[in-house]
Design a protein around this ligand. Structure first.
Ligand code: DAK
Length: 264
């Protein structure tokens, strides 16, 4: 896959199927301006239709920040109509990240504040580097979160804890982020990318069709009651039995050898 060049991010494919996206505006602590959001939307649109994609790793350039939020200098002069349009566009993008057909993992180095925390929350899970700081400080700026923070944070962690963080703007470090279930694990800063690659390789080694079905089941089931969601799961379970991966996976088990999945 030929990857385009961007101005505010880097899109690399370090290994087949593994996509690494690095938000690259370190002088503004990787804050999300309209160009960065548009470039991220372009990457996400490509990944959404890439049958060979297996996992996305999302991180920020430099040791200081994952993403320090939406770009305040660009945001400060927005009219209410422009602010609504900006929020709606970014919300659409974050929904598209969440709905990617493959797992997305946020590798959080340094600050993940405001839109940065919301971007990490749009990923399936978060690995925090020692030194990572999470928070929704929007109330300090006189605004509520605009990229899904009021919705995703209370769904990811205990609602009472989420509301505490949303109402007070209090920031949490990596250890507390793990303790409250915001991050899955904490790793030394210099091991963050290696840990991300290890996780992505593990995912890529599994049945690709099955991994996509897991993600789809979770995504589609979230807005349904349990019985309806389990019905969706049954449909997708049935669909798996139309795949070559299912036949290969079960044959390999019975033949006591490693499966060789093709992803179809
Ligand atoms: N936007 C723009 N520039 C930023 C930035 C940001 N979010 N965060 C940092 N920078 C810039 C700083 O202005 C500074 O630029 P220069 O002065 O060097 O030109 C440079 O990055 C380095 O930052 P500091 O000098 O401040 O570095 P410190 O180590 O002293 O402090 C910090 C680091 C992360 C604690 C501090 O920079 C900070 O508090 N940053 C702002 C964090 C924040 O409040 N983030 C939330 C942003 S609000 C909506 C749509 C979206 C959203 C809301 C509504 N609608 C349209 C409805 C989302 C909002 C947000 O994300």
């Amino acid at each position: 896959m030929n990857l385009p060049e961007y101005h505010c991010l880097r899109h690399e494919q370090p290994e087949p199927g593994i996509h690494l996206v690095t938000i690259d505006r370190p002088r503004a602590l990787n804050a999300l301006d309209t160009t960065t959001l548009a470039e991220l939307a372009s990457v996400v649109a490509r990944l959404a239709v890439d049958p060979d994609a297996r996992a996305l790793l999302l991180t920020g350039e430099g040791a200081k920040a994952f993403v320090a939020g939406a770009d305040i200098s660009q945001m400060q002069s927005l009219s209410p109509e422009q602010a609504r349009a900006f929020s709606a566009k970014a919300s659409r993008l974050f929904l598209d990240i969440e709905a990617l057909p493959v797992p997305a993992i946020a590798l959080v180095n340094g600050y993940a504040l405001g839109g940065g925390c919301e971007l990490a929350l749009a990923c399936d899970w978060i690995v925090a580097a020692e030194g990572a700081v999470f928070g929704q400080p929007e109330v300090n700026l006189g605004i509520p979160p605009g990229f899904g923070g009021t919705q995703r944070l209370p769904r990811r962690i205990a609602p009472g804890k989420a509301l505490e963080l949303l109402f007070t703007g209090r920031q949490v470090k990596a250890d507390e982020a793990v303790a409250i279930g915001l991050a899955n694990e904490k790793v030394p800063a210099d091991a963050l990318l290696a840990r991300g690659m290890e996780l992505a390789r593990t995912i890529a080694s599994k049945g690709p069709f099955a991994v996509r079905l897991v993600k789809q089941a979770w995504q589609r089931g979230q807005s349904l009651d349990l019985a309806q969601a389990c019905a969706v799961e049954s449909d997708l379970f049935g669909l798996a039995f139309s795949s070559a991966d299912q036949k290969e996976g079960m044959r390999a088990f019975l033949e006591k050898r490693a499966a060789v999945f093709r992803g179809d």
